[in-house]
Design a protein. Structure first.
Length: 420
């Protein structure tokens, strides 16, 4: 069977994957956002995961993007790469997966394979998504069509660990399909693949990857709070501890984004459904979810210690994305710093040249400046370590009596008043 791939969802995960698949297979990218598709077909990726030259080369070599479902009907290997967010109560929201599964059900044919890449808890692919495909298509799972799961491992903004350079976990709904899915991915993943024994194992492997990181960062965030009370610099402690060969060098910070800040809730809900309360997982998430408020309160304390009038003072937050050197603002915890400061009736500016201000306005209802004003600030918070901030003359932005707080330990130590 000649493989013809349709990648459903052309965001941070789907586009790099579609671009890579197109080097070996006929590949069509499908997305419901017409503006997104138009931009990609013009040769520009607004997420900046694929540079324009590479995208334009892929388009010349056959990659095609569309919003027309009829144009993916002739495909036989469907890859679903849509977001899996949580709602305001931190409950997993599978709506994008249900919609994508409906799309697959409308076009899938006998003998075809659908592979899910979206992060989920064990059982979602076969218990939630596949029944939708069956209902819409009228086909029988593992008789008329088959499935696989290959968790995404995209690291937004990371140009070194690109999709082909990260080992890929694969799986299938039968041993034979598992091998077929693995072969398709192995043809383009230079780092190699790992064929898991079942779809549930592959789902579980993905959801614990980021939960593990979340828990480790929560531990050092708690250490940061302890050492702050002891008058000890956390970074000095971590540097000393890192001299041991098996010490894990995690750093404190704001933990947001579409993976680490979300995946633990998927695992926690799965555990609770099966009668187990995951104390460590939820405790770690609670710690990390509170770090934005903690940072804001630490800045207020430093201002009071310096005798700075807090009410109506001017604060500048540098950076709004969930991580450095990328435009991704999904689940950014910088918003928690902003909201806490606003509760004190402060004037807060946010500066970040990486973001699309329209997206921030739509998603968070705040203004992000792409240019610095001539305003002098009572305090500056370095929230995101964008490379551009290395050359920023921060002292010139401050009043004579002021505070600099460095969330990322990014700035020269001698100019900062506090850091995590």
């Amino acid at each position: 069977m000649k493989i013809k791939i349709a990648v459903i969802g052309l965001g941070y995960v789907g586009l790099p994957l579609a671009r890579l698949f197109s080097t070996k297979y006929q590949t069509i990218g499908f997305d419901m956002n017409q503006d997104r598709v138009d931009s990609l077909m013009s040769g520009h990726d607004s997420t900046l995961e694929i540079n324009d030259d590479l995208l334009q080369e892929a388009l010349k070599c056959g990659l095609y993007c569309t919003t027309d479902i009829e144009e993916i009907r002739a495909c036989n290997f469907y890859v679903v790469a849509v977001p899996t967010p949580v709602d305001r109560n931190n409950t997993p929201d599978l709506t994008p997966l249900y919609r994508a599964s409906t799309t697959v059900g409308e076009v899938i044919s006998r003998g075809d394979i659908v592979v899910y890449e979206s992060t989920v808890y064990p059982g979602v692919t076969e218990d939630e998504c596949i029944p939708v495909v069956e209902k819409v298509s009228g086909l029988k799972y593992n008789e008329d069509f088959f499935a696989g799961y290959s968790p995404e491992r995209i690291n937004p903004g990371d140009k070194f660990h690109s999709v082909e350079k990260i080992k890929k976990v694969t799986s299938g709904s039968t041993p034979e399909i598992g091998q077929k899915v693995n072969d398709v991915y192995a043809a383009v993943i230079s780092a190699g693949t790992h064929l898991a024994p079942s779809i549930k194992v592959a789902e579980a492997a993905k959801v614990i990857e980021n939960s593990q990181r979340d828990i480790n960062i929560a531990f050092v965030n708690e250490l940061s709070k302890i050492f702050n009370k002891l008058g000890i610099d956390t970074q000095d402690v971590l540097e000393a501890a890192s001299t041991k060969w098996n010490f894990l060098p995690f750093k404190p910070g704001l933990v947001g984004g579409h993976c680490i800040g979300v995946d633990p809730y998927y695992l926690a809900q799965c555990a609770q459904r099966h009668g187990y309360n995951p104390e460590i997982i939820l405790s770690g998430r609670q710690m990390n979810d509170g770090m934005g408020e903690y940072v804001a309160n630490e800045v207020i304390k430093l201002m009071l210690k310096k005798g700075i009038q807090v009410l109506y003072s001017n604060i500048l937050i540098l950076g709004f994305t969930f991580k450095e050197n990328c435009p991704d603002v999904r689940n950014t915890k910088v918003i928690d710093v902003y909201k806490t400061l606003k509760m004190y009736n402060l004037n807060v500016d946010v500066y970040d040249q990486w973001v699309d201000p329209k997206i921030v306005e739509r998603e968070y209802h705040i203004e992000v400046k792409s240019e610095l004003s001539s305003c002098k600030y009572d305090a500056i918070i370095l929230a995101v370590a964008h490379d551009e901030f290395k050359d920023l003359d921060i002292p010139i932005l401050l009043k004579e009596n002021s505070v600099i707080f460095d969330v990322k330990s990014f700035l020269p130590r001698e100019i900062v008043d506090g850091r995590l």
